[in-house]
Ligand binder design. Structure first.
Ligand SMILES: Nc1ncnc2c1ncn2[C@@H]1O[C@H](COP(=O)(O)OP(=O)(O)OP(=O)(O)O)[C@@H](O)[C@H]1O
Ligand SMILES: [Mg+2]
Length: 216
């Protein structure tokens, strides 16, 4: 498979929560040594997504931009914000400068139709940040419906789609269906990992992506 040349700035969304967005972000961070930003973190009791990627990649703190909203409850952002007495403001989430390597990886929360406040959805944040978007989806049964709905909604809002990443055991028929009906390329497949470490993350990066820069 041809490797995808990563755009310098990328938004990672998914078909839902727990689908592998943070895993995908860790793969891209291991490969680019860029800057990671999770603008809205819901739930602070478990490891945050930023902490998880820092742990998995071993990258130092300056590769991680602080979250704009750190909400205490592991709920949809609109509900978590309400409990914390906060109103999420899209204008407060401005893109950081993508130093040190030139690559910026932004991770959403949940999928594109999670509400952020009374009027805006994650989709509106993506459109406002104006970033090309990678869609992480399961490789397994049910994924065709979820993925096609997500792609359709992104297209309706004029958001540039970089591709779909399938997470889970290889499933060629789902992959073909998503490419054919969704008119979008599946740019990578992440197999189930027994151990998440820099070597595994870098191996998946190198098999599927390139920064466009000569290897160090
Ligand atoms: N390919 C994989 N191999 C092994 N474990 C995986 C894989 N993909 C995801 N996981 C695990 O599944 C869980 C959910 O994945 P992840 O945190 O990446 O989802 P997410 O889409 O970022 O969720 P959230 O909406 O909470 O941000 C994590 O514990 C993660 O380590
Ligand atoms: Mg995550």
């Amino acid at each position: 498979m041809k490797r995808l040349k990563l755009p310098p700035r990328l938004f990672i969304t998914g078909t839902g929560t727990g689908i592998g967005k943070t895993m995908m972000a860790a793969i891209l961070m291991a490969g680019t040594r860029g800057l990671y930003w999770k603008p809205i973190q819901s739930g602070l009791d478990e490891m945050t997504d930023t902490e998880w990627i820092r742990d998995a990649t071993g990258l130092p703190q300056h590769h991680f931009w602080p979250e704009t909203y750190r909400l205490t409850q592991p709920l949809s952002p609109h509900a978590a914000a309400r409990i914390d007495g906060i109103a999420i403001d899209l204008a407060a989430m401005t893109l950081p400068d993508p130093a040190p390597s030139g690559h910026l990886i932004v991770e959403g929360a949940g999928g594109i139709m999670v509400p952020l406040n009374d009027t805006a959805f994650m989709l509106d944040l993506i459109a406002r940040l104006n970033l090309p978007t990678l869609v992480v989806a399961s490789s397994q049964l049910g994924t065709i419906n979820h993925t096609l709905l997500t792609l359709d909604q992104l297209k309706r809002h004029g958001i540039e789609i970089t591709g779909v990443v399938l997470n889970g055991p290889q499933h060629d028929s789902n992959r073909h269906a998503i490419e054919y009906y969704g008119k979008t390329k599946v740019v990578a497949q992440i197999e189930p990992l027994a151990q998440v470490d820099v070597a595994a993350l870098s191996r998946i990066f190198d098999a599927n992506f390139t920064t466009g820069l000569p290897a160090a």
